[in-house]
Design a protein around this ligand. Structure first.
Ligand SMILES: [Zn+2]
Length: 406
């Protein structure tokens, strides 16, 4: 249809085109001018420009049409940004691409800002400007008589031999003094060099990398589906309190002091590779008896976990203690321990390891792998005693392959 023919002028307001649709239930005007429309209704969201209909493509969603009982639906549909002809896969790919682009951009910006801040701090610290390396080397060159010896060799004469011998003998005479002075100079140099401390920065770097590893778009952690149960007859297990936190993690603590075992509501598949992360908190009680491990199906309701295959924050009564990397994972008897550990389990390979998380600095494994019996059913389990202690299960997932972190 010709655009000219569609446009009709209002009979009353002759300068205006009848370019609107008014669609109130009892007041439908298919071609009306804006002044007439506003006189006929206060309900402006029942007015649409005809052009919006005429030029609407396949993807276009109107803001108020067709009439619906809930006006929020228009906005909901618009937000979904549904595109004609794009597959769900494309939508996922686009979302994931956008996420990583923005992650990269924001991290880069943040790093640049921090880098510049640190550089400007450095400029303000005058001490670091002095050339401590030169001071050290000048001293070394002096006590080694490096240049005298050089000169004697380059202009070698009869006298040179005698003079060289004297210089070297003199070094022996001053051996004590030179050693002491050189050590003093090394210490001074090291003290200045060590004023820049990368330990904290490297730790944070490890944490960030660990956190990045946790990015997951497809919810592979099944912590939400797992429940923990109380051992039915082992000591004070029935006094345990197990609660689901707001972030879906599971917190287990004792309501009053006494040993209690809690175990997962499923049996470990020996062929699966599990990653199990647990926070351990001692709060004010230094007897850090916090035990994490696997318990045999037949023992789960009547035995202690420390008899089985376990890690114990206190450092004793445990079997997962052979150091693979770094130092011990456990900190021993300490108040205010607040840490997270990761346990990796692959029963078919008789593999069970534990590491501090997220930096994997220290890694330990089962000392005697034959403790893991074949054709035996195991469950994840924890044991604790003191009511101020807390065990929080933060993550549980299976992976196709373990990464190289531990
Ligand atoms: Zn009019």
């Amino acid at each position: 249809m010709d655009q000219e023919k569609k446009q009709t002028k209002c009979n009353i307001h002759q300068i205006l085109n009848n370019n609107l649709l008014l669609f109130e239930e009892n007041n439908i005007q298919t071609k009306i001018c804006s002044i007439c429309a506003k006189q006929l209704t206060q309900n402006f969201n029942k007015i649409i420009e005809l052009d919006e209909f005429i030029y609407a493509n396949d993807d276009h969603i109107f803001s108020s049409f067709p009439p619906l009982e809930d006006d929020n639906i228009y906005k909901t549909i618009q937000k979904l940004q549904i595109k004609k002809g794009s597959s769900i896969e494309e939508i996922f790919v686009e979302k994931i691409n956008n996420y990583f682009l923005s992650l990269k951009k924001e991290i880069n910006q943040k790093i640049d800002v921090l880098h510049n801040q640190v550089k400007s701090q450095l400029i303000q610290i005058r001490d670091y400007k002095q050339n401590q390396g030169d001071i050290f080397l000048d001293f070394y060159n002096e006590i080694s008589s490096k240049f005298d010896i050089q000169r004697l060799y380059s202009q070698y004469s009869k006298d040179s031999e005698q003079r060289l011998k004297e210089i070297i003998q003199e070094k022996y005479q001053n051996i004590k003094k030179n050693t002491e002075n050189l050590q003093k100079n090394i210490s001074e140099y090291q003290a200045i060099i060590n004023k820049i401390n990368l330990k904290n920065a490297v730790e944070i770097q490890q944490k960030i990398l660990g956190l990045l590893d946790q990015i997951n778009f497809f919810e592979k952690s099944f912590i939400e589906d797992v429940e923990f149960e109380k051992s039915k007859s082992y000591l004070s297990s029935q006094n345990l309190e197990i609660q689901r936190l707001q972030n879906r993690q599971l917190q287990i603590n004792q309501s009053r002091d006494g040993n209690g075992v809690s175990y997962a509501n499923f049996i470990l598949d020996p062929n699966k590779k599990y990653i199990f992360r647990v926070k351990l908190q001692t709060n004010s009680q230094s007897n850090s008896f916090l035990v994490v491990g696997i318990i045999q199906e037949q023992d789960k309701d009547n035995k202690q976990l420390q008899d089985g295959i376990c890690y114990n924050e206190r450092g004793n009564c445990m079997t997962i203690k052979k150091i693979v990397k770094g130092n011990n994972v456990f900190e021993g008897q300490k108040t205010n321990i607040d840490k997270e550990i990761e346990m990796r389990i692959h029963l078919a390979q008789k593999m069970i390891k534990v590491a501090n998380y997220p930096n994997y600095e220290n890694v330990a494994e089962l000392e005697n792998k034959d403790l893991i019996l074949q054709n035996t059913q195991y469950r994840l389990a924890v044991e604790l005693h003191f009511s101020v202690h807390k065990i929080i299960i933060t993550h549980l997932s299976t992976v196709d392959e373990f990464d190289q972190q531990m």
